[in-house]
Design a binder for this molecule. Sequence first.
Ligand code: ATP
Ligand code: IP8
Length: 243
Amino acid sequence: MIIIKMGGSIITNKSRYKSFRSDSCYNIIKSVKSLDTEFILIHGGGSFGHIKANKFGLPGSLKKESLLGFSEVHADMVDLNQRVISILNDLEIPSISLPPAVIYMNGEMSLSAFGYYSRLGFVPVTFGDTYVAGDKIGIISGDELAVRLSAELSPEKVIFFSDVDGVYDKNPKIHKDARLLRTLSDDATFEITETDVTGGMRAKVASAMKIARSGSKVYMINGNFPDRVKELESSEFIGTVIG
Ligand code: ATP
Ligand code: IP8
């Protein structure tokens, strides 16, 4: 089994509220389907999650005013999720949506449905989302979900798609001379400039390292070239490999 995380940077335009890139999403899922392997799909929030979460000060404390923030951000994420599900349906891939806000309560996340539906032949789909724990409204990222699901299901591979080729020594969108790091070890040094409510590329690298330590191989791929997923073991592969 493999776990796929489609980042919000590739399936949405992160700077325009609720701007969905359906072609990118379609192409990624089509390339993954062609691998003919059991998979779990996670997607990030992009402009369906981060813009409004920021506006409402989420993550933050649980108070009356922030309940509306929870509700609006969650609704926008469900909207994005439905668009992803409808692409899976178009590609004739049976799927089931498992929203974290529903399965993550009182600090406990129930992951049994992922294995259950997977064994039945569905692709379980989950996404970065709002949750409540104690006196806090939290935002769980798709990357953190990948960590938890990897610990539970020990996938062979975990693949992160974003809008850049992988992890660079500095942000490639700002620095023309940025160098792609083909592999990443614990002592790698790189500079990360952009961030979002769940920590951006820095948190992603930390999640990827955790997954690699738990025994799965991790790949970071540019979702604009999703067929790279077919070349993971080739010397021609373009991306970052961790583990
Ligand atoms: P989301 O959290 O919405 O799901 P995502 O998972 O696709 O998004 P981001 O958190 O947006 O990914 O991270 C990707 C972005 O990180 C790239 O668009 C890039 O501009 C930025 N970035 C910053 N520093 C680096 C770096 N050193 N190497 C690679 N990308 C970097
Ligand atoms: O985009 C966060 O998930 P991510 C989703 O994977 C929200 O970091 C609701 C901001």
